[in-house]
Design a protein around this ligand. Structure first.
Ligand SMILES: C[S@@+](CC[C@H](N)C(=O)[O-])C[C@H]1O[C@@H](n2cnc3c(N)ncnc32)[C@H](O)[C@@H]1O
Length: 267
């Protein structure tokens, strides 16, 4: 039986990316339809849960690295997902309480949770918007109030651009921000990675079949998303579990190869 929606605007008849991701990470902000979809991965593609787990791990490391090794203190997290234990603002503000974060997501559950959690954090806002319409995010009052585009910014595309289909021009979305951010700004991308592995095709079929999105791209395709004018930082594009991870396993499990991360700095 489907759950009752807690607020108007929630569709509990179809799985949502944010809520399924939450379920796969062990969260509680999901409904029967999301759990049924998530169970497909857990039961039919055992091991594939490594993908969301490794992704969340690399996101935390990336934010920590940016705040510890650069002057960047402003973040726009596009497709931020549900608050979990260690969100971007918590990681960044632990190092510098003045770090400013704009969370953006088009799933209403993210807004509901974000508003409650961030009520007393004046350096953080959450905006409900579609990352495929970047102008509305760039021009939003909340963004303008928090972010100074004369100063370097970090634009975070964590596990989101693979939910933008080819005909929706994911590279154009990165270019939109690249044209508006100062030199020294950082762009972080984590992304489903195909690796010529039949498992990635299987996963793509499951996601496309139910959500109509979910692209496993090659390393060249992912790097091409940056376009001109960026310098990719060490260690380049690698499996998320390996990116600046002193505790990276020596041998990755099979699904761990299928999610990659990369950080680049605007020249
Ligand atoms: C896999 S989750 C990743 C969450 C978080 N960025 C992370 O890495 O842990 C993808 C998130 O992107 C959001 N999303 C997908 N497409 C979007 C779009 N077109 N506009 C805004 N958010 C989107 C989903 O709602 C979901 O919360």
């Amino acid at each position: 039986m489907a759950d009752e929606p807690p607020f108007p605007g929630f569709d509990v008849t179809k799985p949502s990316i944010a809520r399924t991701y939450d379920y796969l990470l062990g969260g509680k902000d999901n409904f029967a339809v999301d759990r049924a979809f998530g169970d497909k991965f857990i039961k039919e593609l055992p091991g594939s849960r490594d993908i969301p787990i490794d992704n969340r791990g690399v996101l935390v490391r990336a934010i920590r690295e940016i705040v510890s090794t650069s002057p960047v203190r402003q973040f726009i997290d596009l497709g931020s997902g549900l608050p979990s234990a260690d969100n971007v603002h918590q990681v960044a503000q632990r190092i510098d309480p003045d770090a400013k974060i704009v969370y953006v997501d088009n799933d209403p559950i993210v807004l509901a949770h974000g508003r409650a959690m961030l009520a007393e954090n004046e350096n953080t806002v959450v905006i409900q918007a579609d990352l495929r319409e970047p102008k509305s995010i760039f021009e939003a009052e909340a963004t303008r109030a928090l972010i100074d585009f004369e100063e370097p910014v970090a634009i975070i595309f964590s596990a989101t651009l693979h939910h933008v289909n080819d005909d929706e021009d994911p590279a154009g979305l990165v270019r939109f921000w690249a044209d508006r951010i100062a030199s020294g700004s950082h762009v972080f991308i984590s992304h489903f990675r195909s690796e010529n592995d039949p498992r990635s095709q299987e996963l793509e079929q499951v996601l496309q079949g139910s959500l109509g999105r979910g692209r496993w791209r090659t390393d060249d395709e992912i790097l091409a998303l940056f376009g001109e004018g960026f310098t990719v930082q060490e260690p380049g594009l690698v499996a998320a579990a390996e990116w600046r991870n002193p505790k990276a396993p020596e041998d990755l499990r099979e699904y761990q190869r299928l999610i990659a991360a990369v950080l680049a700095v605007k020249d």
